[in-house]
Design a protein around this ligand. Structure first.
Ligand code: DAH
Length: 336
């Protein structure tokens, strides 16, 4: 009996499998219902009881040998045929989903802001990030030595001591785009001006050396402060929902008179707090004069809002640095 088992073992080992046909022949000869392995187990009946355990073990080993040879040969043949077609992987497997990326939360917030103001009849304009002193400060009614200039820590790209050569700065706000628009176009004007701005500030959870603003400007005959506030309230409601809690406070900017700021209530675990989202006001007559618009004929309102603040408030982000680090673990949370 043991010789018979050894013989089958040898036959299994010596069987050549180099193609599909031989693989099937092997299966029929050893593993099918009428195959040699089954036949071998059929001989168990003749084995004396005290030998049954030993023989059973030996037969099982032969069976496993045959099964393993079959499986190995099968997968070898498959990968060989794949190589023949030049495919590295099994092309019949389902495709892994591809990562398509998503819009940055700042882009998403900016898109919402743009949509709201487009609905309110504004168009979109832009201007350069490298500005001269005239557009960034002087035309906006910052006198040369006015303390208001100190409100903004500026990155100077060129500091000039020639009277006919201007200082160049990374713009500290988007307000200079107002100046460019009013120089280029006659009223009526109704535009928003989104863009990146720069300030020489220490980097903390609340401040960064670059951020984004959206400037707004509406110039026409008889534009009023009431229309300004109505526009800002409409914006807050469309951005944060009609139950948004907001307040409007008096403020100061050199380029508007009177000036205001708007705060939005931000609920958090500790209760909540007021967060300033924008500055605004009626365009100062001195600004109109700097760009040759007659303040006796026209009035206008302007506003400037922080997109980062608005995005942080909208999405519950508590550290501005997250917006500029491009960590995928953060960005992946804003897939829409
Ligand atoms: N430029 C101001 C700032 O960066 C924001 C601002 C305030 C813009 C009032 C305006 C305005 O147009 O009317 O802080």
């Amino acid at each position: 009996m043991i010789e018979k088992i050894e013989l089958i073992k040898k036959e299994i080992k010596n069987f050549q499998i180099t193609n599909e046909k031989q693989l099937e022949a092997f299966r029929l000869e050893f593993l099918s219902r009428n195959g040699k392995v089954q036949e071998m187990f059929g001989m168990m009946g003749n084995v004396p009881n005290e030998k049954k355990a030993e023989m059973g073990k030996a037969m099982n080993k032969v069976k496993i040998l045959a099964q393993e040879k079959f499986e190995d040969s099968k997968s070898n043949l498959q990968s060989a045929s794949r190589k023949e077609f030049g495919a590295k992987d099994d092309i019949t497997l389902p495709v892994e989903p591809t990562y398509t990326g998503s819009f940055h939360p700042l882009t998403q917030a900016l898109d919402e802001i743009k949509q709201i103001f487009l609905r309110l009849g504004f168009n979109i304009a832009d201007g350069p990030e490298l500005e001269d002193d005239f557009h960034n400060f002087t035309a906006l009614n910052f006198p040369p030595d006015h303390p208001a200039r100190d409100m903004q820590d500026t990155f100077f790209v060129r500091k000039s001591d020639q009277p006919d050569e201007q200082d160049l700065v990374l713009r500290t706000h988007t307000s200079p785009v107002q100046i460019r628009l009013m120089k280029d176009q006659q009223p009526p004007l109704r535009s928003i001006m989104p863009g990146r701005v720069y300030r020489n500030e220490a980097v903390t959870a609340k401040s960064y050396f670059q951020f984004n603003q959206v400037e707004g400007l509406y110039v026409d005959k008889n534009v009023t402060m009431g229309e300004l506030i109505e526009t800002l309230v409409m914006f807050a409601k469309l951005m944060y929902g009609s139950d948004v809690k907001y307040r409007v406070r008096p403020s100061f900017f050199p380029f508007t008179e009177p000036s205001i700021e708007m705060d939005v209530w931000w609920e958090n675990e500790k209760g909540g707090q007021w967060l300033e989202i924008l500055g605004a006001g009626m365009v100062d007559p001195n600004v109109f004069e700097a760009v040759n618009v007659d303040p006796e004929i026209y009035t206008g309102f302007a506003f400037g809002m922080g997109v980062d603040r608005i995005a942080m408030l909208r999405y519950g982000i508590d550290d501005i640095r997250l917006l500029y680090e491009n960590d995928l673990r953060f960005l992946n949370q804003f897939k829409s």
